[in-house]
Design a protein around this ligand. Structure first.
Ligand code: UD1
Length: 370
């Protein structure tokens, strides 16, 4: 029996953790699970709604860390997490994704000589101004087991000199959640509540500091949205940091008055899946949404200069448009005028809904004290 701590911190972690939690409960003869929520995301809409929608149990421990600067937030997670690791002496700690909680908990384990496995290892945007890129690089350097979602990730890790025996290609666990919940998401009333017609609207998400903390970048994106919204309505579940920045940058009036732009509160997982799967077009600066649209076959315009998920461009529906208004509008028009040919689209290998069990098998394969 392996004692495993799974760490969940921020919204994009929850859909990666849920399939692992479910698989460990199913395989309770092999795994003793302790679920720890760091509290990096704490709003009901950013956290509780996801636990409910993903049918996750209450965390065994809630560290209640909350928001702060990167340094303080990371340090608070480190301070709060360490005593649990010392006390529980787990065989493995599993961290997912690239948020501040990921690197903080991985660092605690590395210093205590407790084995740590990183789910979604090896992704690289090669843009070190992104806080997530720093979190990815450092977590992969110190983790004992690197569980990768795609073959490009394996190549990145090998190129950084990581020994191949630490790397295991298991596929994309977030897609486990997508596949498991698509049917349930059909019952959501999100689309009807907003009066949106299936396949006749766009979904927008925006929260990266490089887009929303910078008045110039944010205004350029709004210029593009103004033009796209003339062709179809855009529904925009706004992240709390984005809401805050709209106010701080003095953009509130412009956003509120924009015809065709529908700003709503952050959506829960099932509501968001319904909105996403019924969209004709998606505009985003998120990482995970690039992957979900690839599996759903929906055109995705990424409002960034780079991606750590190039497989979604090579095999899927993703276009990297940058943040120049003309480039965004051009990409959106092209996607609306020439929707992707579904028969030509491919789903990346091992994005098959079964990654969680492969991850558990990998944990069993490597004996922690070997
Ligand atoms: C974090 C992740 C990012 C991920 C994103 C998804 C890092 C470095 N970044 O960014 O990779 O894509 O989550 O949401 O870990 N806030 C609230 N309520 C909350 C959480 C945050 O109001 O529940 C506000 C706070 O004002 C806070 C700000 O959002 O200062 C930023 O939150 P934080 O967790 O620091 O980073 P995110 O931008 O959410």
């Amino acid at each position: 029996m392996l004692k495993v701590i799974i760490v969940a911190g921020a919204r994009p972690n929850f859909m990666k953790v849920a399939p692992l939690v479910a698989a460990m409960k199913r395989r309770s003869h092999e795994f003793h699970l302790i679920l720890i929520h760091t509290g990096q995301h704490y709003d009901a809409a950013m956290s509780d709604a996801f636990f409910r929608d993903l049918e996750m149990p209450e965390p065994d421990v809630h560290l209640g860390v909350g928001s702060a600067s990167h340094a303080v937030q990371t340090a608070e997670v480190i301070k709060a997490f360490e005593p649990y690791v010392i006390n529980e002496k787990p065989d493995w700690v599993v961290v997912v994704g690239d948020v501040n909680s990921t690197i903080a908990c991985a660092l605690v384990c590395a210093k205590l000589n407790v084995k740590v496995a990183h789910v979604e290892a090896g992704l690289r945007s090669r843009d070190r101004t992104m806080p997530e890129e720093i979190n990815r690089i450092l977590t992969d350097q110190i983790a004992d087991l690197l569980l990768t979602p795609s073959v490009d990730a394996d190549e990145n890790l090998r190129a950084e000199g990581i020994p191949p025996q630490r790397i295991s290609f298991v596929g994309n666990v977030m897609i486990d959640s997508l596949i498991a919940n698509l049917e349930r998401a059909k019952k959501s009333t999100a689309r009807a509540d907003l009066d949106l017609a299936n396949k006749d609207y766009a979904v927008l998400t925006l929260h990266r500091p490089s887009n929303v903390d910078d008045q110039g970048a944010f205004a350029r994106i709004l210029d593009a949205l103004e033009q796209i919204a003339q062709r179809l309505p855009i529904v925009f579940p706004a992240h709390p940091r984005t809401r805050k920045m709209i106010d701080e940058l003095g953009l509130t009036e412009r956003v509120e008055k924009m015809k065709g732009l529908l700003v709503i509160d952050p959506a829960g997982y099932l509501d968001f899946l319904q909105l996403l799967s019924g969209a004709r077009l998606v505009l985003t600066d998120s990482g995970g949404i690039q992957e979900e649209t690839t599996v759903l076959g929906i055109p995705c315009i990424t409002l960034r200069e780079n991606t750590e998920r190039p497989i979604t461009v090579e095999m899927g529906t993703n276009k990297i448009a940058g943040t120049e208004a003309s480039k965004i509008v051009e990409a959106a028009n092209a996607a609306l005028d020439h929707p992707p040919d579904k028969s030509a689209m491919k789903i990346p290998p091992l994005w098959d809904g079964k990654a969680a069990d492969r991850i558990l098998d990998a944990l069993l394969d490597i004996q922690p004290n070997a």
